[in-house]
Design a binder for this molecule. Structure first.
Ligand SMILES: NC(=O)c1ccc[n+]([C@@H]2O[C@H](COP(=O)([O-])OP(=O)(O)OC[C@H]3O[C@@H](n4cnc5c(N)ncnc54)[C@H](OP(=O)(O)O)[C@@H]3O)[C@@H](O)[C@H]2O)c1
Length: 330
């Protein structure tokens, strides 16, 4: 009589233990899947067995993290004390950050596969976006049978929906369309529009290293932006295209409108904001505030002095900084 009763209780007990174990297992799985996505502290030798690839590996082994190439998009923007990006009172945009910050920017360019700007920045600054303040990447190669080193610069990316730069590019006006390094211009013109605007002869005169790519617009995706509406080229489409070309780490170097579109599209993984201790006479507002950065899904990790400037480091929620300490990357 007693034995069946004990057996019955043992079976019930085992049943309860099994249910509890299953509950614990499911809870653990839910916790795991809802964890924020973390990027591995990656060291990506995307340049293959180049000199740079070897240097990166060596740098990592030596604890020098400045040359690590992460994935994704890093935004850099420099501001004065009024949140301005440039001084409208001066004809040409002058450098206004200190030498240490400029070095930081060139290190960031060096560990980027592409440096992206909007049409306005090229038109206003005639920038080259090359690595100059630190030694650029160099690959060993043979030129006319002689072993030599060839400088490799990050690809320059310009967003120019109406190809206004090409239209106004007279007598080799823009360095970026004229030197020997690679440039990709994303635009939104159809072949018919290119013909109507009479752009075909100017396009044919561009050097081989300048590539024009027609990008899709946000229009029709249901994701319209206030600022530019259907004329906005999709940052995601541009990034997908760049990734397909092997460009995995993109530096967005401005200007403010391009930066805002990338932020609004949640396409920025980390941001480096450089604040210079000066007041422009007539500041051109950046429109980039802590609130905008927060709405873009970024969190401030920390701040440090870089020469006389202050550098803020922001990252997408759940993403680790590419180096163990903030100041060691880039
Ligand atoms: N302090 C800094 O860190 C910094 C950095 C860069 C530049 N700047 C300064 O910023 C000023 C220029 O400002 P900005 O806002 O005009 O420059 P910008 O962002 O370089 O250029 C804006 C233009 O780029 C095009 N564009 C960019 N993204 C687009 C997208 N997703 N879809 C469609 N079009 C897109 C549009 O061209 P269309 O108008 O042709 O449609 C837009 O008007 C200059 O004074 C420059 O010196 C400062």
């Amino acid at each position: 009589m007693l034995k069946p009763m004990i057996m019955k209780w043992i079976i019930i007990l085992f049943g309860l233990i099994k249910i509890h174990a299953l509950q614990l297992f499911h809870a653990a799985r839910i916790r795991q899947s809802s964890r924020p996505r973390k990027e591995p502290q990656c060291l990506r030798l995307l340049h293959g067995p180049s000199q740079h690839g070897r240097e990166v590996l060596q740098a990592y082994e030596n604890g020098d993290h400045a040359m690590i190439i992460p994935r994704g998009v890093t935004l850099k923007i420099a501001l004065d004390l009024n949140n301005g990006v440039a001084d409208a009172s001066s004809e040409r945009s002058e450098r206004f950050t200190c030498p240490s910050s400029l070095d930081l920017v060139h290190r960031l360019r060096k560990c980027s596969h592409a440096v992206l700007v909007g049409r306005g920045t090229v038109q206003q600054d005639n920038c080259t976006l090359t690595v100059r303040r630190v030694p650029p990447e160099a690959v060993e190669c043979f030129i006319n049978g002689v072993q030599s080193k060839k400088v490799v610069q990050p690809t320059r990316i310009v967003i120019d929906p109406g190809l206004k730069l090409i239209q106004s590019h007279d007598e080799n006006q823009y360095a970026i369309l004229n030197d020997s390094y690679e440039t990709i211009v994303y635009h939104a013109l159809s072949d018919g529009e290119i013909l109507t605007k009479g752009l075909q002869s100017k396009i044919l005169q561009l050097p081989e290293n300048v590539l024009l790519v027609r990008a899709t617009t946000q229009y029709g995706t249901g994701e319209l932006f206030d600022i530019r509406q259907e004329k906005t080229l999709s940052p995601q489409h541009i990034l997908d295209d760049l990734n397909a070309r092997g460009k995995m780490h993109i530096m967005v170097e401005g200007g403010p409108e391009t930066a805002k579109i990338f932020l609004q599209n949640h396409s920025v993984d980390r941001a480096i904001i450089i604040r210079a201790p000066l007041h422009f006479k007539e500041p051109i507002p950046s429109g980039i505030t802590d609130e905008i950065l927060g709405q873009a899904g970024l969190t401030r990790l920390g701040t440090r002095l870089c020469g006389v400037d202050t550098v803020e480091y922001w990252t997408r929620d759940g993403l680790v900084w590419p180096s163990p300490s903030l100041q060691s990357w880039p």
